[in-house]
Design a protein around this ligand. Structure first.
Ligand SMILES: NC(=O)C1=CN([C@@H]2O[C@H](COP(=O)(O)OP(=O)(O)OC[C@H]3O[C@@H](n4cnc5c(N)ncnc54)[C@H](O)[C@@H]3O)[C@@H](O)[C@H]2O)[C@H](O)CC1
Ligand SMILES: [K+]
Length: 512
């Protein structure tokens, strides 16, 4: 699914009206009907609803939603916040369509005094339809006062399309002053870029895209570097194993991982790799790690490094399709030289994680020599070490895009909506995963999954997208069965077969 800017959404809106031979007021009615149905499905009929409406088309949506909810015998009150002199044309039509019962209880906020006198009762559902994609400056005045009232009221808030006050295409700063803090955002058709930044987590803790039937061709025509990965997009990338195949068909992986005290990182990555399709896996590590592996994972082959505490040397790389470097390796200078020699000698697929990234951060000139499409998987701190600090998450995103383009690598910037930055400047935001993954070992598991997919023959972009999605999806399956608090990364690995199976079931090539 693409992510478009406010300007592009306006264009698609106009093209939809033209191509579907529908009037703008009927499109608004369609939007309102879908939102009202969603609100009714979420809340019981006895919960009073207060709809805050602005003067533009977002307010028009709110006025139509209020009418439709009251037709469903819901207890509804409308509050119009007059932040401009006139309604937009369609908002005016919907204002005039308000039934008498709603007109009788209507409150209009014209002044700071009116705003100050508002009282929002406990146990109400606030529908926020004051400002949408048409916001053109930070909110002040009566809108700001009303927003503060909503945010301090003990009620549930659903924002229509956009939490009022939030800029959708760029950063609003660490904590935007005046912005509705929604419990749920019903985002019309597509997600908005700002919903994916951690800085907005209090404003958009959850969003749902509601399909309002915008013209598909018009959506396709709009260029965008930003995409949001959904289940069907990833399921379509999966490739079935060939009936006439053998272990060689699915490649041989080399995992360079582990050092004194961090054998677990190597074990986790190795197991995730073998659960993600690789034909063969050799783990090169310290004696302690190799001993642990032989016990835990007999399917993996092993090579013991000549050094007891960290890895230093690995001679022949020619038989491997993919190499994973980093989990638990530490930063010893001999290990640094090993990474340098891998970068210089290896022509296959490469994924670098954890201390591998920290070594790169200490030796930035090596970045120029990374094999094309090398996958790097930094968390925010590791990315900062590689590319320097950023003022906002929007700035960090632009930095990550520039980094992936400059070094022709795939940068997986791990976060709530992990950003997968491609060398062509495009970014795919991952949609799966939960806070149960915020634990040690999680990154090692991701590296292992992607290494497995690379070895299996997936091109690096597909391996990056699929691996990141499945990693989060599997954790979501775990969270359905157990508390996020208790999820262990080994639980996630154990559920990988189930996650693959579920995703395969929606891919036509896997159906028998
Ligand atoms: N995407 C679609 O296809 C559809 C979207 N719909 C809804 O329409 C809004 C966008 O409507 P628009 O009229 O362009 O903008 P707004 O309602 O957000 O507000 C515009 C209004 O507000 C004034 N304004 C802007 N910023 C401020 C500010 N900081 N302070 C005060 N006033 C401000 C501006 O001057 C205008 O007067 C979209 O989000 C959807 O909800 C349609 O329903 C149809 C399909
Ligand atoms: K809104």
């Amino acid at each position: 699914m693409k992510i478009l800017s406010a300007t592009q959404l306006k264009i698609v809106d106009a093209l939809t009206i033209e191509r579907q031979h529908i009037s703008s007021i009927d499109l608004m009615e369609r939007v309102a009907k879908i939102c009202a149905e969603r609100i009714c499905s979420q809340y019981t009929a006895d919960l009073p609803v207060v709809v805050f409406c602005g003067m533009g088309n977002n307010g028009g949506d709110g006025l139509a939603i209020a009418r439709l909810l009251s037709e469903q015998n819901r207890m509804v009150q409308v509050i119009v916040v007059r932040h401009t002199e006139h309604f937009s044309a369609d908002a005016q039509v919907n204002f005039d369509r308000l039934p008498k019962s709603l007109q009788a209880t209507l409150i209009t906020v014209r002044s700071e005094n009116d705003a100050g006198q508002l009282h929002i009762k406990e146990n109400t559902c606030v529908i926020d339809a004051m400002l949408g994609t048409g916001i053109n400056k930070p909110v002040t005045g009566i809108l700001e006062t009303v927003i503060h009232k909503i945010n301090s009221a003990p009620c549930t808030v659903i924002s229509i399309d956009v939490p009022s006050g939030l800029m959708i295409d760029h950063s609003s700063g660490e904590l935007p002053d005046a912005c509705v803090q929604a419990d749920l955002v019903l985002s019309l058709q597509l997600p908005k870029l700002a919903y994916l930044f951690p800085e907005n987590k209090r404003i958009v803790p959850h969003f749902e895209c509601v399909d309002i039937g915008l013209d598909q061709q018009a959506l396709l025509e709009q260029p965008s570097p930003y995409y949001f990965a959904e289940r069907q997009d990833i399921a379509a990338l999966l490739v079935p194993r060939n009936k006439f195949s053998h272990k060689g068909t699915y490649g041989h992986a080399l995992l360079l991982a582990g050092s004194s005290g961090t054998s677990g990182a190597a074990v986790i990555a190795a197991e995730a790799c073998l659960r993600s399709g690789a034909g063969l896996l050799t783990v090169h590590s310290t004696k302690q790690t190799v001993d642990a592996l032989s016990y835990r994972l007999p399917e993996a082959m092993t090579q013991t490094d000549e050094h007891d505490s960290f890895i230093t040397f690995c001679d022949d790389l020619s038989s491997y399709r993919a190499i994973g470097f980093g989990p638990g390796v530490g930063r010893a200078s001999e290990t640094q030289q090993l990474l340098k020699s891998v970068i210089q000698r290896f022509q296959g697929r490469l994924i670098i994680d954890a201390d591998g990234l920290n070594i790169l951060a200490e030796n930035k000139t090596w970045l120029e020599f990374l094999p094309k499409d090398t996958i790097l998987t930094p968390h925010p701190k590791e990315f900062e070490r590689l590319a320097g600090p950023s003022d906002t998450h929007f700035d960090r995103l632009q930095k990550a895009r520039a980094f992936a383009t400059r070094y022709a690598c795939i940068l997986i910037l791990k976060d709530t909506y992990t950003h997968i930055c491609m060398p062509d400047g495009s970014v795919v935001f991952n949609s799966t995963g939960n806070a149960g993954l915020a634990k040690g070992g999680s990154g090692d598991c991701l590296t292992g999954i992607i290494l497995g997919l690379l070895t299996r023959g997936y091109p690096p972009p597909q391996a990056a997208l699929t691996g990141t999605f499945i990693h989060g999806y599997t954790a979501d399956l775990c969270a359905e069965m157990m508390s996020q608090e208790s999820i262990l990364i080994t639980d996630v690995i154990r559920q990988l077969p189930c996650a693959f199976k579920q995703l395969e079931s929606t891919n036509k090539f896997f159906r028998s």
